[in-house]
Design a binder for this molecule. Structure first.
Ligand code: 5GP
Ligand code: MN
Length: 339
């Protein structure tokens, strides 16, 4: 990316909108908030729009209360987008990941306003003129760090920016354990801690704040896990009734999918959820090693993501979703087992 050129665009802008993806996670919110603060330090009027509400485990982040939730306040969000001199899209690679309506609005603005993407997913939408994308990075937050330092937006990190970036890196690296966590990641993290990110405190606020229902739901999910040892596959189904029984709230299934990979010999796992009020099945995929879940999700479940972490959707009943999944697993059984 031509940082000087984007810096020039920023300098010429007064009103800037940042958009993150649907069902935002720690990386989306952390990246969005860090970028917002960095731009505000340079006198910009910045609005961070999230398509969906902020999950409870991220509400404590400095500035989270200022996020404009599109699904709750479409008129304000549309007005901010209309006023915007430039738009940043963060932690997603195609407009549809901002949701149908917001995605269509972005589509219209593409020819009218500069759009900058900061992201780490595969296959970024090439029509976007300014792309800062690196799928070898474990988080968008790491890229936001590189972006705000390379553009000179931030000379000295402050505790709020450091906390937001730390949150993005911590959550998207699975607490620094995933493959893409690099020496560079750790060097940035060292700087964040020195700049005031309280690492133990942040971890605790994110991971030690389960409600009783959320922890019980996790227990139920683990109990229901189905294993196909022959293929190195496991999966969990959480239907609408189960989620209701545990008073499901946004964010309650966060991280559940990872438990499927804890079994020795399992290389590929999936979590199916049927969220109350949604008319489709959401699926999360995770893998260890070579099996490419981005490809699997794209090919069979109208989704995508990264090689080892992806999501998808299924229109139809849970039973049909499971049946489809099982037939595809059967097809790829040897490939998964040997990955
Ligand atoms: P999760 O399972 O946590 O929802 O998503 C895992 C990864 O896959 C995330 O990086 C997310 O951005 C991506 N992802 C999730 N759902 C979708 C989807 O429907 N389409 C695409 N392209 N990516 C997705
Ligand atoms: Mn991310």
């Amino acid at each position: 990316m031509d940082f000087a050129k984007v810096r020039e665009l920023i300098d010429r802008s007064n009103n800037i909108v940042i958009i993150v993806h649907t069902r935002p996670d720690g990386d989306a919110i952390g990246s969005g908030l860090a970028l917002k603060k960095a731009l505000e330090k340079n006198g910009k009027n910045v609005t961070l729009i999230s398509p969906d509400p902020i999950p409870v485990f991220l509400e404590w982040l400095p500035g989270a209360e200022e996020i404009l939730v599109f699904s709750e306040n479409k008129a304000d969000a549309k007005a901010k987008l209309e006023e915007a001199d430039m738009i940043f899209i963060v932690d997603f690679n195609t407009f549809s990941r901002a949701g149908t309506l917001l995605g269509e609005i972005l589509e219209d603005y593409l020819s009218q306003k500069p759009v900058v993407m900061i992201d780490h997913h595969l296959q970024p939408d090439k029509r976007i003129p300014y792309i800062f994308s690196d799928p070898s990075k474990a988080s968008s937050a790491e890229l936001v760090y590189e972006f705000i330092t390379n553009t000179g937006l931030v000379e000295q990190l402050d505790p709020d920016i450091a906390t937001a970036i730390y949150t993005g890196i911590l959550t998207d690296t699975g607490s620094f354990r995933f493959d893409k966590t690099s020496g560079r990641t750790h060097r940035i993290v060292a700087e964040l801690i020195e700049a005031g990110a309280k690492n133990a405190d942040i971890y605790s606020k994110i991971f030690d704040t389960y409600t009783y229902d959320k922890l019980q739901l996790l227990g139920e999910a683990i109990r229901r896990m189905v294993v196909i040892p022959r293929c190195g596959v496991s999966y969990i189904i959480l239907d609408e009734d189960t989620l209701r029984k545990f008073n499901f709230k946004q964010g309650d299934t966060e991280g559940v999918v990872n438990y499927g990979l804890m079994l020795d010999g399992v290389k590929f796992t999936a979590l199916f959820t049927e969220k109350p009020g949604e008319d489709k099945i959401r699926i999360s995929f995770r893998s260890k090693g070579d099996f490419d879940v981005n490809r699997f999700a794209r090919k069979y479940f109208n989704g995508g993501g990264h090689k080892n972490a992806a999501g998808g959707n299924f229109e139809g009943s849970m039973a049909q979703a499971e049946k489809t999944f099982l037939s595809k697993v059967k097809k790829h059984c040897d490939e998964i087992k040997n990955s």
